[in-house]
Design a protein around this ligand. Structure first.
Ligand SMILES: NC(=O)c1ccc[n+]([C@@H]2O[C@H](COP(=O)([O-])OP(=O)(O)OC[C@H]3O[C@@H](n4cnc5c(N)ncnc54)[C@H](O)[C@@H]3O)[C@@H](O)[C@H]2O)c1
Length: 256
């Protein structure tokens, strides 16, 4: 699939990695639609990037809203070639407090709801929309790219909820690719390491320095442009399917 002239729908595209994906793809001649929360910076980001980008507000945990938003997103440019699912939340909570009392279940449920169920719900509607595309010369009708996390493999202390939600996204990749192959739709997942986005804003600076020191090389934070470049490569390299690619400078997360 060529990046130029394609149409990308990016959940979580208002901020961070999603906004980086939108910028990279539009910079290479694609058009895009940002799906993000009504209160997000979606409209602002779309206006900054330019006419090739529209914003459709949605909460991915609202099934009725997702169904409508995907149709609306498809109608903006008349088609949808690639879905990049970046919408996500992350916060830490241990399972049991120092007092031995179990922490509220809601924290775990919310991470699964947004990061896994919300992601899956957008995918099923997007895949349905892509199934109506005319296949290209290779029989390809679309591409679905998920953003997981290396915490899906090596979740740290306090990351039971986040790590489980991302492990779910990793586990979804292969069966989804198998399900959607008859339509010519590929599925790929990126598992980023420590990336420079607003999601890191609630982490302590020393902790971030320590995390980056754990990279094998290079010792820097990853950027939204790093993710954008990989998304563009997934689009162009049609032999990639059903796989999770770590984008982490070799980092392996420690216990804490
Ligand atoms: N920043 C990192 O170090 C890092 C590392 C690994 C994985 N990730 C993953 O990358 C993805 C993007 O995160 P980011 O770092 O760009 O963070 P971010 O907070 O900048 O962006 C997340 C976006 O998701 C949107 N969002 C949250 N809940 C939503 C909902 N219910 N419905 C619709 N949109 C919703 C937010 O409004 C926001 O625009 C997330 O899935 C995150 O887990 C981030």
């Amino acid at each position: 699939m060529e990046v130029h002239d394609s149409v990308a729908v990016v959940t979580g595209g208002a901020s961070g990695l999603g906004a980086g994906v939108v910028r990279t793809l539009v910079g290479r001649g694609a058009r895009a639609v940002i799906l993000d929360l009504p209160a997000s910076k979606g409209a602002e980001t779309a206006a900054q990037v330019g006419d090739a980008v529209a914003f459709v507000p949605v909460d991915v945990t609202d099934p009725g809203g997702v169904e409508k938003a995907v149709v609306e997103a498809r109608d903006v440019h008349g088609r949808m070639d690639v879905l990049v699912s970046c919408a996500g939340i992350s916060s830490g909570q241990r399972v049991v407090g120092r007092d031995g009392v179990p922490k509220p279940l809601e924290h775990f449920r919310r991470h699964i709801e947004v990061n896994l169920i919300g992601l899956f719900d957008v995918i099923r509607h997007a895949a349905s929309a892509m199934s109506a595309n005319q296949p290209n010369a290779e029989g390809e009708r679309g591409l679905i790219i998920n953003i997981a996390s290396i915490a899906g493999y090596e979740g740290q202390v306090g990351q039971s909820a986040y790590g489980s939600s991302k492990a779910g996204v990793i586990g979804l990749t292969l069966p989804l690719a198998r399900d959607l192959a008859p339509w010519g739709i590929r599925v790929m997942t990126i598992a980023p390491g420590t990336m420079d986005t607003p999601m890191l804003a609630n982490l302590d600076g020393d902790f971030i320095t320590e995390l980056v020191a754990g990279n094998i090389f290079p010792h820097r934070l990853g950027t939204p442009a790093d993710v954008g470049a990989l998304v563009a490569h997934f689009m162009e390299n049609t032999f990639l399917n059903g796989e999770v690619v770590r984008l982490d400078a070799g980092l392996r997360l420690a216990t804490r």
